[in-house]
Design a protein around this ligand. Structure first.
Ligand code: ATP
Length: 545
């Protein structure tokens, strides 16, 4: 199985088994929006609940909040999102593809720039378009156009075969279009990623119409500024990250729970970004879920805490994975750091397209609290009675805490665990013949269904016994499922694909001696145990009890 292949298989299994569906599929689908199906919703909740448990329920020093998605628009002015939350966007002059410059492939000096089209027809069209616009004739080799090469970080050239010198040179942006590898590109433009809406009983279109009616000759920049003023009055934004609420509610949280520094505020939930490049299934979508925690520390201790959270978060991701080797850290270069951060690590996962971000652990300094204090006029600081003020030497120190932020994607995490769980195996079937199976080796804590209860046949009182066991599972708080459709072999395979760690089978012998078989998803081993012990056995194995 190649890596690309694996991605396609996971996407297809997600649809078939009910993990993830394309949003609004019957209407042709909405770009970059996804629905989590019957298994997906359980998996996502299990993942997020595990995060909540490890961050909030198992620690004394972290409290949680659940803030509104729409906040005062001043929040986004203060945080810098309104002015700066934008991506550098570029258009390919040939294919018209629009993409993010900071994510595009970057061939280096000396590299060939082969343009790879979808088919020969497209290659001919692009060849003609390049000839017409740039006056060079590339060489076509099937669906590939050749002849271009990077000269240095400012120029690329067209080289007639065997010629040492280029017969034409062009300015090089330092990257090429991601889909085709084309270097003929527009200038970069900035684009705000926040979704805007209006709040209150406002008639924005009416006000704009009135503005134009009243100023018949208005146009260009003046018209745009006039419209912006009208829109801004009632504008609200869908939050692009969950983090800001923790800064805005810092004082309320700290005081209501009498928290002492160091302490953290955690939140998980939906965030929205009008992403231009949506890619790799649920890896990057416009609506997604985040799990973020702001950890407030004494100034000067941020290095120690950054390392602490980087390691703690890495351990957590690995603890739920089959392949811990696929996770790694990457320290941000100085020039890559956000303006407010003094250091940052990405926790990366090796996706089928290579290592890429899963979580960022950033040392955000005191930037956010200071900005919100400045914009709101509220005091967002902390008074430590036990410490001396380092400047005055007097007892008691008031300071603005520094912040360490582990910011993870929950839906991106779900993709990671789907990829990690997907296994194809050759195993003996009921008759001892070799057959292949797909099994989702999800960690039992993440598995959507913990136990499936299967009557061997739909008669002879077996369904009743099975349903009673399911009901006992429910009473014990274990998500179990009754399943009587199709042959037992098919049912085992179905639950392998659903990642169900245990199948409990009720057969004729159950009626005679009250025993059932319990089958382990990964080893496929079956054991016979008294039916009265089933719940405890599964709970024990799931480490839930
Ligand atoms: P990227 O560089 O991938 O755009 P980012 O650095 O902008 O991500 P952050 O703002 O640090 O991301 O957000 C924290 C986490 O939220 C990311 O590590 C990622 O897991 C998740 N995330 C961010 N944007 C998206 C998105 N559009 N779709 C899904 N998850 C996302």
């Amino acid at each position: 199985m190649t890596d690309n292949n694996k991605m396609e298989k996971v996407i297809s299994l997600s649809k078939q088994r009910g993990y993830v569906f394309q949003s609004s599929e019957i209407y042709g689908g909405l770009k970059s929006a996804y629905d989590y199906g019957p298994l997906g919703v359980e998996l996502k909740r299990n993942l997020m609940n595990e995060w909540w448990r490890s961050m909030v329920h198992e620690r004394e020093d972290i409290i949680g909040i659940d803030a509104s998605i729409i906040m005062h628009s001043k929040v986004w002015e203060a945080s810098g999102h309104l002015a700066g939350f934008s991506d550098p966007l570029v258009d390919c002059l040939i294919s018209k593809e629009r993409f993010r410059a900071d994510k595009a492939p970057r061939p280096r000096a000396g590299d060939k720039l082969s343009i790879t089209c979808i088919d020969k027809g497209q290659a001919k069209t692009y060849l003609n378009a390049i000839q017409k616009r740039f006056n060079i004739e590339l060489r076509r080799n099937g669906k590939i156009l050749e002849g271009l090469r990077v000269i240095d970080n400012k120029n690329f050239g067209f080289f007639n075969s065997a010629e040492e010198k280029p017969s034409a040179t062009f300015p090089y942006s330092g990257y090429v279009s991601p889909t085709f590898g084309i270097p003929f590109l527009s200038e970069e433009r900035q684009f705000n990623l926040m979704f805007r809406s209006q709040i209150g009983p406002v008639d924005v279109l009416g006000d704009i119409a009135a503005l134009i009616d009243d100023n018949k000759k208005i146009g260009g920049k003046v018209l745009r500024e006039g419209i912006e003023k009208i829109v801004k009055k009632s504008a609200v934004y869908l939050r692009p990250e969950t983090a800001q609420a923790m800064f805005v509610q810092f004082q309320n949280c700290q005081q209501s729970m009498s928290m002492k520094i160091p302490f953290g505020i955690a939140q998980m939930g939906k965030s929205f970004r009008n992403e231009v490049t949506v890619e790799h299934f649920i890896f990057r979508s416009c609506e997604f879920e985040q799990m973020e925690m702001e950890f407030f520390v004494e100034p000067g201790t941020q290095k120690k805490w950054l390392k602490y959270w980087r390691d703690a978060r890495m351990r957590w991701w690995k603890s739920l994975a089959n392949n811990p080797d696929k996770f790694r850290y990457r320290a941000h270069d100085k020039n890559e750091l956000a303006h407010y951060a003094d250091a940052c690590y990405d926790i990366e996962y090796e996706y089928p397209w290579g290592f890429d971000e899963l979580e960022g652990v950033a040392s955000r300094t005191d930037y956010d609290l200071k900005k919100h204090a400045e914009y709101s006029g509220s005091k967002l600081s902390y008074f430590d009675q036990q410490k001396q003020d380092p400047e005055t030497g007097k007892n008691g120190w008031r300071y603005t805490p520094f912040v360490i932020e582990p910011a993870a994607g929950a839906t991106r995490g779900l993709l990671v665990y789907l990829l990690d769980a997907y296994h194809e195996e050759i195993v003996p079937d009921a008759d001892g013949k070799e057959s292949s199976r797909v099994v989702m080796k999800l960690h039992p804590k993440l598995a959507p269904i913990k136990a499936a209860v299967l009557p061997l046949v739909k008669k002879e009182g077996l369904p009743k016994i099975a349903r009673d066991i399911v009901s006992d599972f429910f009473k014990a708080g274990v998500n179990a499922r009754y399943d009587e459709q199709h042959s037992i072999g098919k049912r085992y395979r179905r639950h392998d694909e659903a990642g169900t760690p245990y199948c409990v089978t009720i057969d004729g012998q159950t009626k005679e001696d009250g025993t059932v078989t319990i089958r382990n998803r990964d080893s496929m081993k079956q054991e016979r145990i008294p039916s009265g012990n089933v719940i405890e056995r599964v709970r024990e194995k799931l480490a839930l009890s």
